[in-house]
Ligand binder design. Sequence first.
Ligand code: SAM
Length: 216
Amino acid sequence: MDLDELWRRTVENLVREGLIRSDSVRRAFLKYPRYLFVEERYKKYAHLDEPLPIPAGQTVSAPHMVAIMLELADLMPGMKVLEIGTGSGWNAALMAELVKTDVYTIERILELVEFARRNLQRAGVKNVHVISGDGSKGLPPTAPYDRIIVTAGAPRVPEPLVEQLKPDGKLIIPVGSYHLWQNLLEVTKKKDGSVKVKNHGGVAFVPLIGEFGWKE
Ligand code: SAM
């Protein structure tokens, strides 16, 4: 079976399991298969519903995890969005397909900034801006955002990220321990600036390392 057919089956499984709920997320997954964002030797595993290695000892998340976060984020065309933790660039490509406008994504490891840019270019994604830096501080120049998705685990909700949300904006972030166990939080900023936090349960991400994350 070829990579596209394997991927199509993965996507349909996620739909059957109720993890992909919207047609827009389904179409984005079909447009940008995960195998486009991993090294050659991992392409044959890209349809498996588990994380895969990417350079610099990091990972690209499992398809079900990416689906859950994108469905929670409820991305609509025209939204201003920021991703923290570019990694392979796969989730940023999916976000770009959903918002149909510029996406900002920030990565602290230079090797991955370059890896993601290459992957995005090869996949034909034009509206993703990969920025090198510490995303735990957010990205003030292009703030405020309708949505911020953090794909690394933080010790607590970084204050700058809440500040950089628009009213009614949402932050999706894993918060918990350094050693691969966090709760996936949906943080909504109300019009008066206060926040509502909804816990979506246990997840396992690599650590968010930075000024408002874990110390190196
Ligand atoms: N979203 C990625 C993808 O689609 O491939 C997967 C991200 S991987 C699970 C987490 C990434 O967060 C790693 O690449 C890691 O280097 C990055 N990271 C950790 N702390 C960071 C920080 N403070 N700022 C930016 N990136 C960070």
